[in-house]
Every structure is written in structure tokens, then in C-alpha cells.
Design a protein around this ligand. Sequence first.
Ligand code: ADP
Ligand code: MG
Length: 476
Amino acid sequence: MTGTGTDQEHWARVKDRLRAEVGDDIFQSWFARMELERIDNGVAHLSVPTRFLKSWIASHYTDRVVACWQAEHAEVQKIDVSVRSAVIRTAPPKVKAPEAIDAREPRSRMDLGDLRAAFAPVSTGHDALGGSPLDLRLTFDSFVVGRSNTLAHAAAKQVAVARRGEPVMFNPLYVHAGVGLGKTHLLQAITWAGNNGSDRKVLYLTAEKFMYGFVSALRTQTALAFKEALRGIDVLVIDDLQFLQGKSTQAEFCHTLNALIDAGRQVVIAADRPPTDLESLDDRVRSRLAGGLVVEMGPLGEELRLEILKFRVAAARQYHPGFDVPAPVLAFIAKSVTHNGRDLEGAVNRLLAHNKLTGQPVTMEMAEREVRDLIRPQEPKRVKIEDIQRIVARQYNVSRADLLSSRRTANVVRPRQVAMYLAKTLTLRSLPEIGRRFGGRDHTTVLHAVRKIEGLVGNDTMLADEIEVLKRQLQE
Ligand code: ADP
Ligand code: MG
């Protein structure tokens, strides 16, 4: 759909280069969702999902991105970044028309307008929304509880039913999980619950919106009003904290966090990793974040997936009474679409679309065809560098400290190279990052180790076997 095959290959290499230059964290925050649309007349047309990303990249990274293009594919002399009209899950306030259930608004359409309006605390109902857009469907009623999210759900419920002035039980509540496992759903459920029928003011903000608000407030010199607005709320809910970037924004976030917590207000945070892994935040913020309740939500188990599917189908049937999905089809999807909640939603939407457009009932055959590309192999386990170091050290009978040390004896050098090689192949960490984690080594040292091992495994079957065994241990 985008660009030609070779253009996309160039783009993949440009991204690798960018990642190596700016580091994983920054790359993840700003470039992970950037896509190449096409190249024409020496211009690479790139797109990102939000206006915020677009303006940030344009003002901070244009030259760098162009330089990376030049290095990989000199034909590209300029870049043009646009906002793709991505789908998002903001249903219009009154869901009446049958189509409205699937109607989504591009997130990029969220305009900030004047600061006061944008950050006025949400008080009641959907009309007074001041924070980031909320999805009407993401409530506690539609949140299915299973083994992987029981604790997070209970904590969220607890936060939602607390009353103004009551002592706060855990602060902040910090929920982390991979993509599509229900973080946003849970946070928005808290926000809806808080704003319906309680006297508390709950504000839901994505970290991007927090940054955008702050940056533009600084620009218009109304930072004080912004701080006041933020501090005048009872519950601050911040989603996708991993995207919080920039020194002044972080300092402000830290102040806000401290001010709210010290005043006994509730803070709820979601991110894709635990506080200790938010490498771009400073230590004090991290420890403050870790000082409340930190809960992880695991992958959705098959039973939970089935329940979510049933719920989705039932919701769709409210507007499309003729839509019916036989139990075996539901079971098949629950079993095979393992990736995350978003794919489950996508699967139901496709069956519905197909059913509506062709008038044919949903059958197993149709389901198999429609969801084929959503069926993915089991998500590989997220491997941590510490685990690699621990397991490699054990296997070769050296200590982890030896691996990180500067010792150069053969019995340490080889295991260290193997560990670095595994870190490069099994994690998404960049070479500089891996170097840092191995006793502050330079990225060229890591690169050398990776090449060395790659070269050896071709001929040395014993080493190849050893590495296979290590990989298996790490991935199981
Ligand atoms: P995240 O923010 O963690 O990436 P979302 O909250 O956006 O994930 O969830 C992705 C999709 O999966 C949403 O449609 C959401 O409603 C659905 N989902 C995830 N977990 C659950 C759950 N426990 N119950 C019902 N729906 C869920
Ligand atoms: Mg989310």
C-alpha cells in the first residue's frame, strides 16, 4: 500500500540508522510510528499518526532524518511529513446511527484550541471533555476481567469508587502492559466512572497531550494557568507515559506529580514498561512512580479473549441485529488471533463488514479467510538483557560481574561476545544501549562481538549448538 518494495527497504535501513543515532528510547517515542508513504522527485513523503509528532519531528529532527536518507539513498533530498488520517476509537458522543459504532475520528483532529478550554478539568459527561478524547465504549462494564488483569482491574475499581477527601490507598497507581492489552481501556474506564456521579474531577491526558499542552503553554506564557488547571483536579490520569520526552516537560511532570500526591490527589499512570525501565526519566521521578502500586497486565489468555469477543459481538448486535457469529467461529478466533485486544476488535469488525456488505452469514470458512492475516505466531517472549547475562554467565561458569568487567582473558571474552550477540539478536536494544549495559562499552565493541559470533557460528557447530541452547532457555 505504501511506496515500492525497494523504497520500503531503503526506509527500513534509514530507520535502523536513525535508531542507532538517537538511541532506542527517542526512536521509539518519535519515529516508531512513522511510515513511508512514497518517494517522488527526491522527496520522501512520510506520515505519522498525530499532529504533535509531526510538528515535533519537523522542528527537531528534519535535518537528521534527511541526513539518514542521504546516507542510504542519496536520491532523497527532502522529506515531507504529514499526519495520516489514522483511525481512532473516539465515537461521537451520541451513538445513534447504525454506522456510528464503527465511526472513528482521526486522533490528529484533536485540536487544542485555547489552553483554558483544553485543560479545563473534566467535570461531567462527554460534552465537557477537556483532556484527551475518550471513547464511549471503554468503560468498566465492557472491561472483561481474567487472570492476567484481575489485580489491575481491582486497583482501578478502587481508585474509581474512592470519594473526594478520602485517604488515597496507593499513589500513584501505575499499570504497565504491552500493546493492546487494555491499558487505555482501564484508564478511560476510571475516567468515565469518576466523571459520572461522583464529585471528583478526573482528567485523562495522554503523555503527548501533556507535553503538547505544556510546550504550547510555555510558548504563550500561560504556564501558570496550565499548572493551576492541572493542580485543581482530584484524579490525574496519564496514558502512555513512555512518550514523555524533554527536560522541561519532565521537570514539570515531576512537579505536578509531587504536588498532586502530596496534596492527597490520585494519580494513575499507564505505560508499556515498568517505571524502572523508563530510561529517559530521571531517577527521582522513577522512584516516585515506583513508590505507589505497580501492576502489570499480562497477555490476554484464550478464555479472556473469548469473553472479549463475545462482548464485542453482543455490542455489535445492538446496532446490527442480523449479525450472528456461531460459537465455533468465536472459539476459532479466540484460539488463533493471539496478538492483542486490538486484533480481536479488528476480527469482529471484519466479520461484521463482510456480513453487512455481502449479506452472507458468518461461517467458519469466511472467518478463516477474513482473519487470516491477524493470525500470528505466538508473540516471542520479551527477553531482557539481564536474563541474557545471567544465563550466559551460568552456562559458561563465569560471574555476571566478569561479563561486565574489563577482563580480557579468553574464558571471559567469548561468553561476553556471545551475550552481546544474543542481546543484539533477541532484543530490540540498540548497539550503544547494549554497550552501556555491558559495563559501559562502546557500540563498536558490541558490533565487533556480534560480527565475530556471526562469523564463527557458520563453521563452529559446537558454538552454534551452545547458542541454540541458550536461545531456547531464554525464550521459554
Ligand atoms: P493498550 O492501551 O494497552 O494498548 P487498549 O486499552 O487500547 O490497549 O485495548 C485494545 C483493545 O482491546 C480495545 O478495543 C480494548 O477495548 C480491548 N481490550 C483489551 N483488554 C480488554 C479487556 N480486558 N476487556 C475488554 N476489552 C479489552
Ligand atoms: Mg493505549
